[in-house]
Ligand binder design. Structure first.
Ligand code: IVH
Length: 671
């Protein structure tokens, strides 16, 4: 590499690393794995050593993360939140063992733990109560995310027993179990939000949410692995963790003491395959010197302790040839590049296709058709390409050109500000978007038309029988029978299930219509708030913002939807077909008018009913539920874990605050 080339590569790596640093630390939306990030950082660091003339005090090698989102209060960590040095090879781990033994002059006992792949958190307890939860931030200052963390069930709010220190901190990893991750992503795809790439990204995104009710819904989990404080009961890590388990903390079952480095390797080898069967992601093993006095002798370096180290498993990777790239268009118009590969075995399955995510990713990897690429299966749904074997690049490799027009309909693609993806704007004439919307409409949580499926939708569309969801209600038995796929019985079934969908309640119909960003929960909230599609269509932005969980983005998407004559026509057709486009008498029926004229805010979580049920009750008794407190609020129903900001505001405005029990007394009292 000559000087000019080196300069270009250094500039490129610095700007990439700055970008990914920002995505990770500020936006909580990382696009690459730690492993990939580490690799780029290492490459940069080596080039900087080789070409010292390009020194820059602001290089990402001089600074690992610092910017913090401004929305949460910032808290300085009492003990800095240092992280661990990473190793990827047996040799590096043996070096660690040698260093430790040399400093200590003896063989220490090691503790081996799984390295959970989530987001680090520090919890402070005083007198057995959780008082504060702070994210890592830049290690010195983090975000106060206590309200969000309180919603995580495995984290104890008050401790068991009476032998815990008066004040201490405990650190651990918050993560999203696979099952939760999968249903969250499914939900996101259904409403047109980009799915999270893996459970760690989903966890980071969740902890940063300002709406802690949504955090609670996402069912995060947490293992604790590190205690800090003046008066811990034991002088070693292992015994303290076992004690913490008695106090009610979730401590992994898979922690083991090992007398030496060979024992550590046994543990590493044992978990290499087994870890894939765990219901959450792990990316390595953490090795800690058990004894505190030995830990103290070893001390810390600037960023990491000398008494602990992480051994990271290499993600399983294979190399194969990239044959071609398809550009797939989804229901929302997002265009995803998908690589066709020479089939290759990876993690027990044959991989033929892999995602390239978006145009930026193609440029970052500098991948070309004909290249031998490395394919990895992480926590991701489809495998992805993580690098190129440059040594095998042929003279005939061809750069991938990202299309400027939609591969399906030819429209000019758009790339909205702040989006990494390209979109086809031709919503109503682009085939995969049309078919995608119909598939969503018939899906289980929407109209649940089980006599049809993805292939049938394609067939109906290709034969000119459906072009939008309302066309489904015009299909005749004869038309179906004219298609190869249908026999008497299957045609009857399809017609029957279409007919049956006419009685699906309004909230699910609203969800099925597929307004961008309107998921199942939001659709339900909107349906109960407005009662009918007309009211919703006529609602102003302000009216919409009054519905809980509806923010600017959703409100303007709803406005856009109803200002489009094509959508209005479809809705009119659905109405004529007899679908439920308003709440039924039953749903509408008020149980009483005890709350008539009252504007009620609810906050926190409740014991007798869920938040949604409580909102429905308010409605059923004639009241109006709104999300934020103002001077015109009549009362606040305060549940557990109520937000301090709401409480403060209610007090300041002199709003009446009642408990959940008070509320039930109110609605159950004699008329
Ligand atoms: S101990 C000073 N133990 O990995 C030691 N960390 O790369 C503090 N992690 O910052 C960390 N599992 O977010 C420790 N069993 C475990 C862990 C673990 C995951 C994370 C943690 C840490 C990072 C270091």
């Amino acid at each position: 590499m000559d000087t000019q080339q080196a300069k270009e590569r250094i500039d490129f790596l610095r700007s990439e690393l700055h970008k990914h640093n920002y995505l990770y630390y500020v936006k909580a939306q990382p696009e690459i794995t730690d492993y990939e990030f580490d690799k780029l950082l290492k490459e940069l660091s080596e080039l900087e050593k080789q070409f010292p003339q390009f020194y820059d005090p602001n290089s990402p090698t001089k600074r690992v993360g610092s910017d913090i989102t401004k929305e949460f209060a910032q808290v300085k960590h009492e003990y800095p939140m240092i992280s661990l040095a990473n190793t990827y090879t047996e040799g590096e781990l043996r070096d660690f063992d040698q260093r430790v033994k040399k400093i200590l002059g003896e063989q220490p006992e090691y503790v081996c733990e799984l390295k959970f792949d989530g987001v680090a958190i520090s919890l402070k307890y005083i007198d057995g109560k959780l008082v504060q939860a702070v994210s890592r931030g830049d290690g010195v200052v983090g975000d106060d995310v206590t309200n969000n963390i309180r919603t995580i069930r495995p984290i104890p709010l008050t401790l068991h027993g009476n032998d815990y220190p008066k004040e201490f901190e405990i650190r651990g990893e918050i993560f999203m179990p696979h099952s939760v991750f999968e249903s969250l992503n499914q939900e996101r795809e259904e409403i047109g939000d980009a799915p999270f790439a893996n459970p760690r990204n989903a966890t980071a995104g969740t902890i940063k949410l300002l709406n802690s009710a949504e955090v609670a819904r996402r069912k995060l989990d947490c293992y604790l692995y590190y205690l800090l404080g003046e008066n811990l009961p034991y002088q070693n890590h292992y015994d303290n963790l076992q004690k913490a388990k008695e106090w009610g903390f979730k401590i992994s079952e898979h922690i083991e003491r090992k007398p030496n480095i060979n024992g550590v390797f046994e543990y590493i080898n044992h978990w290499e395959k087994l870890r894939k069967k765990l219901p959450y992601d792990t990316d390595g093993v953490v090795i800690k010197v058990n004894d505190y006095s030995q830990q103290n002798i070893l001390g810390l370096t600037a960023k990491t302790p000398r008494w602990a180290i992480a051994y990271k498993y290499k993600p399983e990777q294979v190399s194969t040839e990239l044959l071609s790239v398809d550009f797939q268009v989804g229901r929302t118009g997002a265009v995803t590049p998908v690589a066709n590969l020479t089939p290759v075995k990876l993690g027990g399955t044959i991989v033929k296709r892999a995602s390239l995510h978006n145009a930026d990713q193609i440029a970052l990897l500098d991948v070309r058709i004909g290249d031998f690429v490395y394919v990895e299966k992480g926590g991701e749904i489809i495998p992805k390409i993580v690098g190129v074997d440059q040594s095998k690049r042929s003279l005939f490799s061809k750069p991938i050109s990202f299309p400027t027009t939609c591969p399906e309909c030819g429209s000019k693609l758009e790339k909205p500000e702040g989006e990494a993806r390209h979109f086809c704007p031709n919503q109503y004439n682009c085939p995969p978007q049309i078919k995608g919307r119909i598939e969503h409409f018939i899906s289980r949580k929407a109209l649940n038309i089980d006599g049809l499926g993805e292939e049938t939708v394609a067939l109906l569309y290709n034969n000119g029988l459906v072009n939008d969801v309302s066309d489904l209600y015009r299909i005749t038995r004869e038309q179906l029978l004219s298609l190869d796929r249908f026999a008497e019985k299957s045609a009857d079934n399809a017609i029957q299930s279409i007919e049956k969908s006419k009685s699906v309640p309004f909230p699910r119909v609203l969800y099925g219509i597929g307004i961008r960003y309107v998921g199942e929960t939001t659709a339900k909230g909107l349906a109960f708030h407005f009662g009918s599609i007309e009211n919703l269509a006529n609602a102003s932005i302000d009216d919409l913002l009054n519905v809980e969980d509806v923010g600017e983005r959703i409100a303007s998407s709803i406005k856009d939807f109803f200002s489009n004559p094509i959508n209005l026509k479809i809705i009119d057709n659905l109405k004529k077909a007899g679908l439920q486009l308003n709440l039924s008498e039953n749903e509408l029926q008020l149980k009483s008018d005890k709350l008539k004229g009252l504007t009620i805010v609810i906050s926190g979580t409740f014991n007798r009913v869920s938040r949604d049920e409580l909102k429905e009750l308010i409605q059923q008794h004639g009241g109006k539920n709104v999300s934020s407190i103002s001077a015109s609020t009549s009362m606040l129903v305060a549940g557990d874990k109520m937000g301090p900001a709401k409480l403060e505001k209610a007090n300041r405005l002199g709003i009446k605050i009642i408990s959940e029990d008070d509320f039930f007394e109110l609605i159950n009292s004699a008329n």
